[in-house]
Design a protein. Structure first.
Length: 463
């Protein structure tokens, strides 16, 4: 991609190509720094200042930044991208599964989504072998001897499941995992007994050395978080209500800044009603920009924004729904002149055209009086409630033509005006169908069909 274009435009172009632009806020761009660390690209800052002006062409990976359950995703294309990323997370071991039964279920769903129904003549053994790399959270538990047989059985049980359905259920399964949506940061040499820090939708999870119990710190308990080079300092309230501090060293200063950014952005995305200005306006300056800001505070020289989050989870969902609704509502309809200028397909031998003409004829016949087959159906018989006759024929009947029940009274009914008119622009339909006379009745005919003054009631009451 061109260096001249902004970070946000790069992401938008990628999302447009994939058809996920309405829900692009769930995604971000990742790159690798000189040390091989994967970092999120800040879409509000120039690319060169983040990547260090690496050798062109620069390569970025579109990844899910904010994970949500699949039922909150409105577009099938978005769910497909979530599926591809979750599949990668499982195969590379970043997502830990609770037990081997769940692993077999996930592998079967992946096989169904990628290859379709199980075929005993050509089973997807290569895919099974690749997916068998998925590990459980309990490393001490060994893999069952009949693990491959379990996968095959699970695959057979979901026969005829569509690809999109298999992808949905895989996302549904992994959304129940403990590590779902967590972004992992490795501590340097297990500093202070901490090996990894996971930042997820509900808070921070601290993984300690020697298989010690993990520690969960919710966002509501965090008092402050600061970084100084590679050190990260966290102050939170313990279960006893006492202030507790936690310090750990990361591999680089960029990782420490990434941890601080992940905590702030995920807290804003999952826990807040809207992104506060204190988050969006936070920035730092380099040395040159700091010197210039002494004389001009409004200078943008050397300014570097810390966060690039724009919307919360609720705002992303609402914004996507509005965008999809507006897109569906702005369907351009052809003008009447264009319809009239189109070639008449009355003589068309296409089965669909014939079926459409037959359906139209049956519909028009159904709107006619079943007794005289001349006037429009506009009267209901009571107490049976059948609507089978026009007003004149109904007045002459003593029993319902359908159920043979005695008629106590009749009431006028008003059908939609579209059902009482034939398309006069199509002469072929006029010759093949019977035109109702309700919409074309003369004044004299209406007067003849009207009831005597002594028996008429206003607003469709008893006749």
């Amino acid at each position: 991609m061109e260096r001249a274009s902004s970070s946000r435009s790069k992401k938008q172009r990628a999302c447009d190509c994939l058809g996920i632009s309405k829900e692009c806020d769930y995604f971000g761009l990742k790159y690798q720094n000189a040390k091989g660390e994967e970092l999120w690209l800040n879409l509000r800052n120039p690319i060169e200042r983040q990547t260090g002006g690496g050798v062109a062409p620069l390569r970025f990976a579109l990844r899910v930044k904010f994970w949500v359950p699949p039922h909150l995703l409105l577009q099938e294309a978005t769910r497909h991208q979530f599926y591809l990323h979750s599949r990668l997370e499982l195969l590379e071991g970043r997502l830990k599964v609770s037990d081997w039964a769940s692993v077999a279920r996930l592998v079967a769903l992946i096989a169904q989504a990628d290859t379709g129904d199980y075929d005993s003549l050509s089973p997807p053994n290569a895919l099974y072998s690749q997916c068998c790399q998925i590990q459980t959270a309990e490393s001490c538990e060994s893999r069952p001897q009949d693990f491959l047989h379990r996968i095959v059985q699970q695959h057979k049980e979901i026969k005829a499941m569509k690809t999109s359905t298999a992808e949905y259920w895989l996302l549904k399964e992994i959304s129940n995992l403990d590590t779902f949506g967590q972004e992992m940061f490795h501590s340097k040499f297990g500093y202070n007994g901490v090996s990894m820090i996971g930042v997820g939708p509900h808070g921070i999870t601290v993984y300690r050395n020697h298989d010690e119990e993990t520690q969960n710190i919710p966002y509501t308990a965090i008092q402050s978080a600061t970084t100084q080079r590679r050190m990260f300092h966290l102050v939170y309230l313990s279960l006893d209500g006492e202030e507790t501090s936690l310090n750990f060293k990361l591999d680089s200063s960029q990782s420490a800044s990434g941890l601080y950014r992940a905590i702030t952005e995920k807290h804003a995305f999952y826990s807040c009603e809207t992104v506060r200005s204190a988050v969006t306006a936070q920035f730092i300056r380099d040395l040159k920009g700091t010197i210039i800001s002494i004389f001009n505070e409004d200078s943008t020289l050397g300014k570097k924004y810390v966060f690039d989050i724009r919307r919360t989870c609720r705002e992303v969902y609402d914004n996507a729904r509005r965008a999809l609704y507006c897109e569906a509502a702005t369907v351009s309809l052809p003008e009447e002149k264009e319809i009239l200028q189109k070639q008449d397909c009355g003589d068309c031998e296409d089965p669909k055209c014939k079926e459409s003409r037959e359906c139209l004829t049956r519909l028009l016949d159904a709107m006619l009086c079943r007794i005289c087959m001349d006037r429009s159906l506009d009267t209901a018989l009571f107490p049976c409630g059948h609507a089978v006759a026009c007003l004149d024929c109904a007045r002459r009947c003593e029993r319902c033509p359908l159920c043979r029940a005695d008629i106590d009274h009749c009431r006028t009914i008003y059908l939609p005006i579209e059902l009482t008119h034939v398309d006069k622009h199509n002469p072929k339909l006029l010759s093949e169908s019977i035109e109702p006379s309700y919409g074309n009745s003369s004044t004299e005919e209406i007067q003849k069909r009207s009831l005597p003054a002594e028996s008429s009631v206003v607003n469709g009451d008893d006749i």
